[in-house]
Design a protein around this ligand. Structure first.
Ligand SMILES: Nc1ncnc2c1ncn2[C@@H]1O[C@H](COP(=O)(O)OP(=O)(O)OP(=O)(O)O)[C@@H](O)[C@H]1O
Length: 311
């Protein structure tokens, strides 16, 4: 769906994209990065709205440098910022956008009604948008991105400004864009956690460069964490401390997981690296003469993976 090769964008004082190479397939893909990481810049280049300074990119097999109009005919775009005329109704606006995309008048009206219903706007769609809540405005922006039945939509921070319930509704809608209509989605966010349940694939950029690109399940599976709890002994009154020291001496990075359940001891967290890690823990605990209370796998959340990477 999207291919970039060493794509760069330099502004006079900042490099917004730094030799970014990506290969994004169909489905729902999250593009994650802090504010200023280069997400919006990438989207504008992919739409053919801004030129790259170096490298190349293709969307749906079309070159972004020369085939912008053809790309925009088949791709929907939901911009980040509020861009809706306040004195126009959602229906008028989305019909207008559908007509701009080349739909004839009747088809534009029908598609508008269907799309606004799909995003959850009903009677309100005839009222001027100036009186809309942020959630309603985001829905209109999403509807205008979908109205011409694109193959791919690029959604720039669609959950921005929404409360938790509104954010959940928007994420459900995004998921359904793909499951109900087969439209692929690239969605940006600076909130890692929210992409975990929405996206099949996650791409992370930082300072315009690629930090990581993998399927959501790989992301969480590859960083499975083991939680270990042991008993203390006369020789080692701080059992978990002794285990931690012994494992660190063997090159295993560990983390204090704090107290377990009330009445239970402290927990040690470490990254599992296949069966060898289990064997090493078992042998180390036995060697120290401690009792193994539990050793269990915890699934990481994406946001924790990043806290990990940041250190
Ligand atoms: N037209 C421009 N002129 C100069 N610098 C720009 C321009 N557009 C973006 N930048 C800079 O490029 C960097 C990347 O910006 P971009 O908007 O792509 O980031 P982002 O990840 O989308 O962040 P945000 O979510 O805050 O929009 C930032 O440092 C920004 O200040």
């Amino acid at each position: 769906m999207i291919l970039t090769e060493s794509l760069s964008k330099r502004f006079p004082r900042v490099t917004a994209l730094d030799r970014l190479t990506l290969d994004i397939g169909s489905g729902v893909t999250g593009l994650v990065g802090a504010n200023g990481a280069g997400k919006s810049t990438l989207i504008k280049i992919l739409l053919g709205l801004a030129p790259a300074s170096g490298g190349r990119a293709e969307v749906l097999g079309l070159d972004v440098g020369t085939e912008g109009p053809a790309i925009r005919a088949r791709v929907g775009y939901m911009p980040e910022h509020d861009c809706l005329p306040p004195d126009v109704s959602a229906t008028e606006f989305v019909v207008h956008m559908a007509r701009m995309s080349g739909l004839p008048p009747t088809a534009a009206r029908e598609r508008t009604a269907d799309t606004l219903r799909h995003v959850g706007l009903y009677e309100e769609r005839y009222r001027p948008m100036g009186g809309y809540s942020t959630g309603m405005k985001q829905r209109v922006k999403l509807a205008q991105a979908l109205v011409h039945d694109p193959d791919l939509v690029l959604l720039d921070e669609p959950t921005n400004g929404l409360d938790p319930a509104g954010r959940d509704d928007m994420l459900d809608l995004i998921r359904r864009i793909h499951s109900d209509f087969g439209i692929s989605v690239l969605v940006t966010s600076h909130l890692l956690g929210e992409l975990e349940r929405t996206c099949d694939h996650v791409v992370v950029i930082d300072g315009g460069a690629l930090l990581r690109s993998s399927s959501t399940t790989d992301f969480t599976r590859s960083t499975a964490t083991l939680a270990v709890e042991v008993t203390d002994s006369d020789e080692h009154p701080d059992g978990i401390g002794a285990l931690r020291e012994a494992l660190e001496a063997r090159g295993v990075r560990t983390e204090d997981g704090g107290a377990g359940l009330p009445g239970a001891g402290r927990i040690l967290l470490l990254t599992a690296d296949g069966d060898a890690t289990y064997d090493l823990i078992r042998d180390t605990v036995a060697g120290l003469g401690l009792g193994l209370v539990r050793m269990e796998q915890r699934r990481h959340h994406i946001s924790e993976v990043f806290r990990h990477d940041d250190r």
